[in-house]
Ligand binder design. Structure first.
Ligand code: NG1
Ligand code: ZN
Length: 543
């Protein structure tokens, strides 16, 4: 690096000293911690994002400031790669080391060494572009400012601020700008694409089987999803949707949102007796997770949860149906369909998907792993039980589909091709997206003429329980086999297995969270009491 670049780094880095005595690391979904100690991280990851853009030949890179479903006082920093997917895992160690560099000199040394190793030009001869976005957290504005200063301290790099957006919108813009060379892919383009493809799916519903499916009420976690869903509602004025928890009154993620509803299995605030039986959905704070639910009875907040596994099952069923209209067993091209889950997937969902004849694969927690796996298929469908997931289509499959869509003579087959095409446009192929996912659920339910109860009856969840345990050092727990087996400390796995075998259909695992300072315990068994008991016994083991 030349003297001018070094002195720019020195000057700017000295304005963002790192917090003392705290080790930060790029976890399941980027850096995430109390917002008050993230300024230096946002600045430094701004630099990293610019280097990533230079390394990828000037591709647009995304930098999102969000802590998703965490409490409002937290925030986070994560990077989106050129395809809109999470930052390549190869760069995470570099992210960790620069976030923790104690002073500007050591930071510059790390950048210099890394740039040399990766062959990244730091002389300003190449351009780099970073799209910035943030959720509605009050701390977001100053963290975006810090990230901008990091980006602009790299020769040739520019920052483009997209303002308050959902996480998936930012990932979509990054992907679209790079992939379609649509240099200006904006939020408006996102809304246009999503609403047009949704309308297309609805128009393709055979008139004979069209049924109205009634009102949908959406809990927006008091986050960014509220204002964005409002835009979609205005574009799709005939869509019967009521939007609640938009953040005008309540607190972000506090007793609202997809994480709360899925983990605690209760209705969010703002929902109650009059909503019994109505189809409801919850987004999380940055609108990348989606779950559905119905309130069971007046007077309590008990719900029937329709989680990410069931969304996955609905999508998989629809895609399989459309594919079977398009191809039969004798057809020369058989698209490979893969379904990707994590150990948190309810065992009943895995059985349902396998019984459908689909290939089911498991990865560790975190969409970066699921996404990577799903990319290996012509159609890769992935979901975490918490409602984060999407569908990926290979370029090869989309070329084939485009051809079938235009050349097919049989109307039924042509329409199946058009439906799959519309799904590929509606679903956000960069990352799980609660808004586009919600529209796809709504379109499929309308297509099937299904109520939320019909959908929920696809299979019955095995009773399960999730607990969080605060421990002194969660990193002491090391797991293997897609996080289902504890390797360290010794003896724990044997004890978990000994407890689990006592319960019919028992399954249990523990792992350190990558986003919160806790160890998570998951247990499943044939009754709720058994699942609760197994989870609490295992929680005591790790405590
Ligand atoms: P951690 O905290 O590592 O369990 C949580 C979710 C992940 C993923 C990330 C990112 C569970 C059990 N874990 O990760 O699935 O969504 O947050 O938001 O829901
Ligand atoms: Zn989220």
């Amino acid at each position: 690096m030349d003297e001018q670049q070094r002195s720019t780094f020195l000057q700017s880095a000295s304005r963002f000293p790192p917090p003392k005595g705290i080790k930060l690391y790029y976890g399941t979904a980027g850096f995430r911690t109390d917002a008050s100690i993230l300024q230096s991280t946002a600045f430094r990851i701004g630099i990293l994002a610019a280097l990533r853009s230079l390394k990828t030949g000037g591709a647009v890179i995304g930098l999102m400031i969000t802590a998703s479903h965490n409490k409002v006082s937290d925030n986070g920093v994560k990077v989106a790669d050129p395809g809109g997917e999470m930052l390549t895992q190869d760069w995470e160690p570099f992210a960790d080391s620069i976030a923790n560099a104690p002073d500007p000199d050591s930071l510059i040394q790390l950048i210099d060494e890394f740039a040399k190793k990766e062959g990244i030009p730091l002389n300003g001869t190449k351009a780099a572009a970073i799209l910035l976005g943030r959720d509605t957290r009050p701390s977001g504005e100053s963290l975006v400012e810090a990230a901008k200063q990091g980006i602009c301290s790299v020769n040739g790099a520019i920052a483009i601020d997209m303002g308050v957006v959902t996480t998936p919108q930012l990932h979509w813009m990054v992907r679209t700008r790079n992939k379609d060379l649509q240099a200006s892919a904006s939020e408006l383009d996102y809304f246009d694409q999503v609403s047009t493809s949704f309308r297309c799916l609805i128009d393709l519903i055979p008139k004979t089987s069209y049924h109205g499916i009634g009102k949908l009420i959406v809990d927006c976690a008091n986050g960014v999803g509220g204002e964005k869903l409002q835009v979609l509602k205005e574009k799709l004025s005939w869509l019967d949707v009521e939007i609640r928890n938009t953040g005008k009154q309540g607190i972000l993620n506090e007793q609202v949102g997809a994480d709360y509803v899925q983990k605690d299995k209760v209705a969010p605030q703002g929902f109650g007796g009059p909503d019994v039986g109505i189809r409801c959905a919850s987004l999380d704070g940055d609108a990348d997770r989606l779950v559905y639910f119905t309130i069971i009875t007046k007077g309590n907040n008990q719900i029937n949860l329709v989680d990410g596994d069931k969304i996955l099952s609905l999508f998989a069923l629809f895609i399989k149906d459309q594919l079977s209209i398009l191809t039969d067993d004798t057809y020369e091209y058989q698209p490979r369909v893969g379904v990707v889950q994590t150990a948190y997937a309810n065992g009943a969902s895995t059985k349902y998907l396998k019984d459908l004849g689909l290939q089911v694969i498991f990865t560790p927690t975190g969409v970066k792993y699921l996404h990577e796996k799903a990319q290996e298929y012509d159609i890769g469908i992935y979901f975490e039980a918490n409602g984060h997931g999407t569908i990926l289509f290979s370029d090869h499959f989309l070329c084939w589909l485009e051809d079938r869509k235009s050349t097919e003579k049989c109307l039924e087959k042509k329409n199946a091709a058009k439906r799959l095409w519309a799904v590929s446009k509606l679903i956000n192929q960069a990352v799980g997206d609660a808004l586009s996912g919600l529209l796809l659920v709504e379109a499929i339910l309308q297509h099937m003429g299904w109520s939320v109860d019909n959908w929920n009856e696809l299979y019955h969840d095995l009773p399960s329980r999730q607990l969080k345990v605060k421990v002194a050092d969660r990193t002491a727990i090391v797991t293997t086999n897609a996080e289902t087996i504890v390797q360290k400390p010794p003896g724990i796995q044997e004890a978990i297995t000994a407890l689990t075998v006592k319960y019919p259909q028992g399954r249990c695992f523990v792992r350190p969270s990558g986003t919160e300072d806790v160890v998570r315990v998951y247990a499943e068994a044939s009754t709720q009491e058994a699942a609760d008991e197994l989870a609490s016994c295992v929680a005591k083991l790790v405590d």
